[in-house]
Design a protein around this ligand. Structure first.
Ligand code: PDD
Length: 287
């Protein structure tokens, strides 16, 4: 089945979906993105992702490429035209096409938009959820604005590649004080021996995960204890449970950090429960 992409106002076959060589996303990573999960034919947390898209764009003074309602229609169409029932939709907006110049282009240059969707079998992650995943720690070396969901992801790609080469699933950025910041494409969580759930506060030094927000809501509704503060790598290794969250992993248990097993390498009960009840709390939009 051939895939279809939405590029600057048109649906085109995926294999023929191109942007201009002077698109500022291509030359300067001058753009932002969002990834939403598609689950059982519904877009998960669409509003949250659109709100964060607007935040990222406004922080960079990039205009929305089209009216929000129209964008949502195009997102839905991208999902249906690719027959995606379970998988993800990728949205990217850049500052547009203009002769290479670090200074922003003159008013009137339209921002570029690309939408793609792909199917991902729910079965593909079953074993990861069952057995948990390993993470490695890497020094934080990203820019000081990870709250903006920028397409400039080279440090994240290098960290993820290093994780892969070490047989791990994710890399956690750790700051100079030994505190875990977040994953290369996920937020980081631990549960300590007192059953307190700990995750770094969204103080500008992490991406304010949409999945993170839904998990926080779930924790509050279930009257569990949440502490939004940074935790050290040492605390994580000694934790009762650890997990990561993102639109593509939801609640993924972490059972190994560098060479240390977390809780003997067993998937924790609380993370498992949180994953099971996640969709009850997440916002769902029919396609
Ligand atoms: N990444 N932190 C970083 C650095 C991320 O890239 C992501 C998401 C998250 C979690 O955010 P959310 O819960 O809204 O997905 C945290 C996406 C999935 C990606 O880059 O593919």
């Amino acid at each position: 089945m051939s895939r279809i992409a939405f590029v600057n106002g048109e649906f085109v076959p995926h294999g023929e979906a191109y942007v201009h060589v002077e698109d500022r996303g291509y030359q300067f990573a001058d753009g932002v993105y969002e990834v939403c999960e598609i689950k059982d034919g519904q877009i998960i947390d669409l509003d949250g992702h659109i709100t964060r898209l607007q935040y990222s764009l406004s922080e960079l003074q990039i205009a929305m490429p089209m009216a929000q309602a129209a964008l949502v229609v195009k997102m839905r169409q991208t999902v249906t035209r690719n027959y995606v029932k379970n998988g993800m939709i990728y949205l990217q907006v850049t500052r547009g096409v203009s002769p290479r110049n670090h200074v922003f282009p003159p008013a009137g240059v339209k921002s570029s938009i690309v939408l793609t969707a792909k199917s991902v079998s729910p079965m593909s992650k079953i074993n990861l959820y069952k057995n948990g995943v390993a993470v490695i720690s890497v020094p934080e070396n990203r820019w000081a604005r990870p709250d903006i969901k920028s397409i400039g992801l080279l440090p994240n790609c290098m960290a993820k590649q290093e994780a892969k080469e070490q047989g791990a699933f994710e890399a956690w950025f750790v700051d100079d004080d030994g505190m875990v910041v977040e994953g290369s494409s996920s937020n980081a969580w631990i549960i300590n021996q007192d059953n307190e759930i700990i995750t770094k506060s969204a103080d500008g030094s992490i991406l304010k995960g949409i999945t993170r927000a839904a998990i926080l809501q779930q924790i509050k509704d279930q009257k569990l204890t949440i502490i939004e503060r940074a935790f050290s790598l040492r605390e994580a290794i000694l934790a009762k449970e650890a997990f990561i969250s993102s639109a593509t992993t939801i609640v993924m248990p972490v059972v190994k950090i560098d060479n240390h097993l977390v809780a003997g390498g067993k998937v924790g009960a609380m993370a498992k429960k949180m994953l099971e009840s996640f969709y009850h709390y997440a916002e769902k939009t029919d396609i």
